[in-house]
Design a binder for this molecule. Structure first.
Ligand code: ADP
Length: 198
C-alpha cells in the first residue's frame, strides 16, 4: 500500500519519514527526485536557466538552489512559473518510483514524502495522506533554529505554503509532532501496528 506524507516546512516530515523507515516502510523522497530532474546536463535545467538567468547555475554547471530560492521566494509569479516547469517531471518520476516499490515489495508500506502535496493537488495519487502537524509557533521556532533564519525570513517561507491548520483538516491521518521525539515515535508505532505492518 502507499501513503503520501506531508506537513508544513519544518513540521517534522523528515523526522517522521526516518521513524517510518526504521519500522520497515519504503520512503520515496520528492525533494530528492526534485534534485534529480535538474541534475547538470538535463534539458530541464537548461530550460530553468534560460528562464531565470545563467546566474542560477554554479561554475560547475549545477543548480545554485540558494540563488534560485532567493529569486522565487520573494516573487509569487516567478515561483508559480518555476513550479509549472518542474512539477510534471517530478510527478512522473515520483509515480514511477512509487509504483516500482509497491510492485517489488507488495507487503510493505510505501511512503512518498512531499512537502507541497496539498498545494500541488496530489492527494488523489495516494490511498491516504499523513500530515505531520505542529502549531505554527513551533514551526517558526524549529525553522529558525534548523536553517538559521530570522523570524521574518521563517514567516516568509511559511506563508508561501498552505496554512498547517488547513493541512491538518484535510489529513486522513495526523501525526502530532509538537511533543518529544519519543511521543512522535509512539504515534508512528501505533500507526504501523494499526496497518498490520508490525
Ligand atoms: P521537515 O522535514 O518537515 O522540514 P524536520 O524533520 O527537518 O522538518 O524538522 C524540523 C526541525 O525540527 C529539525 O531541526 C528537527 O531536528 C527538529 N525536530 C523535529 N521533530 C522534533 C521534535 N519532536 N522535537 C524537537 N525537535 C524536533
Amino acid at each position: 500500500m502507499n501513503t503520501g506524507l506531508t506537513g508544513g516546512i519544518a513540521s517534522g516530515k523528515s523526522t517522521v519519514s526516518k521513524l517510518l523507515a526504521d519500522r520497515g516502510a519504503i520512503i520515496v523522497d520528492a525533494d530528492q527526485i526534485a534534485r534529480e530532474v535538474v541534475l547538470p546536463g538535463t534539458p530541464l535545467l537548461s530550460e530553468v536557466a534560460q528562464t531565470f538567468g545563467e546566474e542560477i547555475l554554479l561554475a560547475d554547471g549545477s543548480l545554485n538552489r540558494k540563488k534560485l530560492g532567493s529569486i522565487v521566494f520573494s516573487d509569487e509569479a516567478k515561483r508559480k512559473k518555476l513550479e509549472s516547469m518542474l512539477h510534471p517531471a517530478i510527478r512522473k518520476l515520483m509515480r514511477e518510483r512509487m509504483e516500482d516499490a509497491e510492485a517489488a515489495q507488495p507487503d510493505k508500506l510505501v511512503v512518498v514524502d512531499i512537502p507541497l502535496l496539498y498545494e500541488s493537488d496530489l492527494a488523489h495519487l495516494f490511498e491516504e495522506v499523513i500530515v505531520v502537524y505542529v502549531p505554527v509557533e513551533i514551526q517558526i521556532e524549529r525553522l529558525m533554529s534548523r536553517d538559521g533564519l530570522s523570524q521574518e525570513q521563517a514567516l516568509q517561507r511559511i506563508e508561501t505554503q498552505m496554512p498547517i491548520e488547513l493541512k491538518k483538516q484535510k489529513a486522513d491521518v495526523v501525526i502530532d509532532n509538537s511533543g518529544s521525539l519519543e511521543q512522535t515515535a509512539r504515534q508512528i508505532e501505533e500507526y504501523m501496528q494499526g496497518k498490520g505492518l508490525r
